[in-house]
Design a protein around this ligand. Sequence first.
Ligand SMILES: NC(=O)c1ccc[n+]([C@@H]2O[C@H](COP(=O)([O-])OP(=O)(O)OC[C@H]3O[C@@H](n4cnc5c(N)ncnc54)[C@H](O)[C@@H]3O)[C@@H](O)[C@H]2O)c1
Length: 322
Amino acid sequence: MAKTVLVTGGAGFIGSHVADRFLTEGWQVTILDDFSSGREENLPSAAQVVRGDITTPDAAALVRDGKFDALCHLAAQIDVRRSVLDPIYDATRNILGSLNILEAVKSGGHPTRVVFSSTGGALYGDFDPPPSAETLSKDPEAPYGIAKLSVEYYLAYYGRVHGLHTVALRYGNVYGPRQDPHGEAGVVAIFCNRLLDGRAMTVYGDGEQTRDYVYAGDVAAANFAAVTRDVPPAGRLDARAFNIGTGIETSVNTLSNTLQQVSNATTPIEYAPARAGELARSALNTAKARSVLGWTPQVQLAEGLTRTFEYFANRRSGAATR
Ligand SMILES: NC(=O)c1ccc[n+]([C@@H]2O[C@H](COP(=O)([O-])OP(=O)(O)OC[C@H]3O[C@@H](n4cnc5c(N)ncnc54)[C@H](O)[C@@H]3O)[C@@H](O)[C@H]2O)c1
């Protein structure tokens, strides 16, 4: 019998890539999504889809009774700025929603492997030079990162105290086809749309701020590895946490220049005042994911940006089916 996975947030950007990956591996995929930011067109046709909110008793019942072999939990409020404006909304969905799912896994009594989509980009703060290792102290700049860190503490607790098999994947800035402009790497989607509109790409500050851009297909592969590979026993917060990135710092200037090259666009780059609260530098040390999960990123930035730009171009012309 095929193994089963529940992908929460599977109608979203990264979740749809995770669903694709499990389907390719022959798994039976169920998607739970409330379509607050997810889209019908992102859904793989072979997946079963349940429309629902992770904070509800119905969602808990699905998890409890579903006896899934794995659960990739991606459903979340993903807008860092929204978390600053409305931390209660962010915490309700991102902390309480996750807790609802974890309690349901516990009460279901099935050995479901739980993989949580955490953040590397919004967790470590700006106090040490990159690349950040998992054990670095955590100083999230926004309620979004605080919520992710809170859930990671719950994961460690459920692992240690209740024997749940939990893993946290801390992503860098994820980009790729089906990307939403509001996510942590929203800049890639915004720039692609600007290029297609023939409008200037706006860079805030001097453009030398760096991020670790990781391709969505590689993130999906990390989810699959986190479910199928052996991981260390539950222990301290970081015991079953893995950075998922490239380890490469890419500046916004490099990003915009590369996008110009891969799209053959002559659209200018314009500079605007730096935005308050933005990290200066960010990149993740991924040695642990390499050694324990056997995971390495496969897609280089220029290749990934080419695929992403093509996706947005095809979507405009109606050629993209998903
Ligand atoms: N995009 C990034 O760079 C990045 C970086 C680090 C972590 N993450 C995390 O990865 C996950 C996926 O992010 P994404 O960029 O694909 O965002 P996304 O908005 O495209 O996907 C989130 C999905 O969750 C669904 N959803 C939201 N709240 C829900 C709820 N209460 N109940 C059910 N469904 C709900 C949305 O409809 C959407 O389909 C999130 O947990 C996010 O925090 C993303």
